[in-house]
Ligand binder design. Structure first.
Ligand code: ADP
Ligand code: MG
Length: 388
């Protein structure tokens, strides 16, 4: 990676501001799932054992540009205090006199969690005044929030211009795997794209068609390709406004569409189902999954791959009767022996449900950010960090 990390900077006696992703689900005023908090601990512990005072900040939910107790970080501070052995302080402001005072008081080896970054309207506007004010509280900035790195906000991008700025371990790992897959993949490089809509991922398909050896298409997005080819899709989800783009992308010999499909006569797990070859979708039916021949064909291309990137389920895997395609492909990815990278909220949920998450190389924590990397775009929160 060409960016500096926490390993490349002197931390002793420094106040270190860390942008983390503590955007956790809250339940009855408590942290519902602490996966993201635990994921940040290696960076936090590294900073502490190297003599830093640690100031943490994150957004939580979508407060409407002002303080809202429903999105307070206080429950996160309480939870964090139980996971670490050092003192955890909380500032009920993100920036301001209280936050400033708390950060100056902060001792080496202690943690201060600031209130929700989005309680300040300047955060999402990337207000330079806010970035400067934030920077005055610290000597060093660490970005460890990959899921927010595609957004140029004051706490992700702006502040990095006012302090020596480096990556934390989580961010480093994401950039290492996703960046390597795009820049210098072990070949053959096979990309699997699915999910509901083609329009969310046109940039990704385009870029991967230039980088990968094969691009396998499944899920709802395949339907628009079928229609663009003049094949019948009946009641399937289709995006007519993407038909021209689909037609253009169909020209690539790297693009592989499903050969067979599992249909339903309603959008319901309990609907009647049948498996047909592509093009043979009868009136009143809709495509909800890829069929067994397709799983086999995709598995054939995945076998012996050097790199696999997967974003987007192959069907409506939330319905057990239409999940076989997604889980079949998960099996093939896990057994491929390739460096395998899974991104996207629903795809990650699917790999976790399949019980195969331990058999893939990297599961990305950032849906939008991972898509932007696969699209070949620079993430503002990463670009602003110091070069190695
Ligand atoms: P990710 O979060 O992994 O990026 P998306 O959000 O793009 O994935 O798409 C996931 C959604 O796509 C799932 O909710 C799934 O039910 C839906 N989906 C997949 N295939 C189809 C299909 N054939 N018809 C309708 N919806 C589909
Ligand atoms: Mg999704």
């Amino acid at each position: 990676m060409n960016k500096k990390t926490v390993r490349d900077i002197d931390l002793k006696g420094k106040r270190v501001l860390v942008r983390v992703d503590f955007n956790v689900p809250l339940k009855d005023g408590k942290v519902g799932d602490d996966t993201r908090i635990r994921a940040a601990l290696p960076t936090i512990q590294y900073l502490i054992s190297n003599g830093a005072a640690v100031i943490l900040c994150s957004h939580l939910g979508r407060p409407k540009g002002g303080p809202d107790p429903a999105f307070s970080m206080k429950p996160v501070a309480d939870h964090l205090a139980r996971l670490v052995t050092v003192p955890v302080h909380f500032s009920s402001e993100f920036v301001g006199t209280e936050a400033q005072a708390a950060s100056s008081r902060l001792g080496q080896g202690e943690i201060l969690l600031l209130e929700n970054t989005r309680f300040h309207p300047g955060e999402t506007r990337n207000d330079p005044e806010l970035s400067k004010q934030l920077a005055t509280m610290a000597d060093v900035f660490v970005n460890d929030a990959f899921g927010s790195a595609h957004r140029a906000h004051a706490s992700t991008e702006g502040v990095a211009h006012h302090l020596p700025a480096v990556a934390g371990f989580l961010l480093e790992k994401e950039i290492k795997y996703l960046g390597q897959a795009i820049a210098d993949p072990a070949r053959p490089f096979v990309a699997i794209l699915g999910g509901a809509k083609i329009s969310d991922k046109i940039g990704v398909i385009r870029n991967l068609l230039t980088k990968a050896d094969h691009v396998l298409i499944g899920g709802g997005m395949a339907n628009t390709f079928f229609k663009a080819k003049g094949l019948e899709v009946a009641d399937s989800l289709v995006e007519d406004e993407a038909l021209d783009t689909a037609k253009e992308l169909l020209g690539s010999p790297k693009l592989h569409l499903p050969a067979d499909l599992v249909l339903a006569n309603a959008f319901d797990n309990a609907a009647e189902s049948q498996t047909v070859d592509a093009g043979n979708v009868p009136t009143g039916w809709r495509i909800l999954d890829i069929g067994p021949k397709t799983v086999q064909a995709f598995a054939g291309l995945l076998k012996g791959a050097g790199t696999v990137v997967w974003n987007g389920p192959m069907g409506v895997f939330e319905f057990p009767n239409f999940s076989k395609g997604t889980f079949g492909v998960a099996q093939a990815v896990a057994g491929s022996g390739a460096v395998s990278i899974i991104g996207g909220g629903d795809s990650v949920a699917a790999i976790n449900q399949s019980g195969l998450s331990g058999k893939v190389t990297h599961i990305s924590t950032g849906g939008g950010a991972s898509l932007e990397m696969l699209e070949g775009l620079a993430l503002p929160g990463v670009a602003a960090l110091m070069d190695r």
